[in-house]
Design a binder for this molecule. Structure first.
Ligand code: SF4
Length: 324
């Protein structure tokens, strides 16, 4: 219903639809993922649509082979890297185009649910937002119950919904108890994404939005590759662990995102509501709040890892099994 409302708004009142999407809803997502990724995984409208066939008893039975499962994260990242630069010329400015994108993705997710078992046809594999969910959701503050899989069908291995931090660590090549420092970041799609994503975010916010599309892609590609190179060299020289690397990748990405997004949200809010200029200290205070959240998330991550966030999780949103 929420997604249908937003799509309707994007078509009927594009200006408000774009404002609600890009300046109210989406800016909340990284913070939600840092704090309680299962809250987003449970509420995401695309995830709900993906599971409708299963709820109707018509869920697919196909399973992805080991090779396809291995490449799925890379395909999801490629989808993200292809779509996001198009925000500047298309999806940030055209409500109907954004509505078409959301509708198309909902259709793909539904098809994935009809063809593949569990979440294997979208949420756990090809969803372009999945790598971001795993990056920010790798060490949650709150462990909520998982709403979608009352019975596990074993559709994904590792499963981010069921195993949370352990799944991300495995995908990055740093399983619990592994000897040494883990796999170099650039050797796995998940590790490489963690190193590259801060550059991608920085490239997105610093590129000229009116630049031709090839120039948009070029700048973002250069920033993305540069960040990955820096992380790879940093890991080689400073010899930090894979887990440390993916945490710093998440924190740098989230900090950059909020640094640039907060002024934009405030400016759009002033303009859309016609309330004139909000006090200058508000931008400073909101920025500082989000940056402090990111810093605390990063500094407290080793402790959460030791304690085991799931052992402390006490918030129950839905009926269903308790994720281990
Ligand atoms: S909990 Fe089981 S069914 Fe649900 S996404 Fe994970 S592996 Fe698939």
């Amino acid at each position: 219903l929420g997604a249908a409302s937003v799509v309707g708004l994007l078509i009927l009142s594009p200006q408000w639809g774009l404002y609600v999407t890009w300046h109210l809803l989406i800016p909340l997502v990284p913070a939600i993922l840092l704090l309680a990724p299962r809250l987003w995984r449970n509420l995401c409208p695309i995830a709900v649509v993906h599971q409708l066939p299963r709820l109707a008893g018509r869920g697919g039975r196909r399973r992805l082979g080991a090779s396809a499962r291995g490449w799925a994260p890379a395909m999801a990242m490629a989808g993200l890297f292809l779509i996001v630069p198009l925000r500047h010329p298309i999806f940030n400015v055209s409500g109907p185009a954004l509505a078409a994108l959301v509708g198309g993705v909902l259709g793909l997710a539904l098809l994935g649910g009809l063809l593949f078992v569990g979440k294997a046809g979208w949420c756990s594999t090809f969803c372009p937002v999945g790598p971001v969910e795993r990056l920010y959701g790798q060490q949650p503050v709150l462990s909520l119950r998982h709403a979608h899989c009352a019975d596990c069908l074993g559709c994904s291995d590792p499963c981010f919904d069921r195993q949370g931090a352990r799944a991300v660590a495995r995908m990055a090549g740093a399983p619990k108890g592994a000897p040494g420092r883990g796999t170099p970041l650039w050797r796995t799609p998940t590790g490489a994404f963690a190193g590259a994503f801060p550059g991608f975010v920085l490239g997105y916010f610093t590129v000229d939005p009116a630049a031709p599309i090839p120039a948009l892609y070029l700048q973002m590609a250069l920033f993305t590759a540069g960040a990955l190179l820096l992380f790879a060299l940093g890991q080689g020289v400073l010899r930090f662990s894979t887990l440390t690397g993916i945490r710093w990748g998440a924190a740098a990405s989230a900090a950059l995102y909020y640094w640039f997004t907060v002024p934009s949200v405030i400016a759009q809010t002033e303009s859309m509501w016609g309330i004139g200029s909000l006090p200058g200290w508000l931008k400073v205070a909101v920025r500082a709040t989000f940056l402090a959240l990111v810093a605390l998330w990063l500094l407290d991550a080793p402790r959460r890892e030791r304690v085991g966030a799931s052992a402390r999780g006490g918030v129950t949103l839905t009926r269903g099994f308790r994720a281990s």
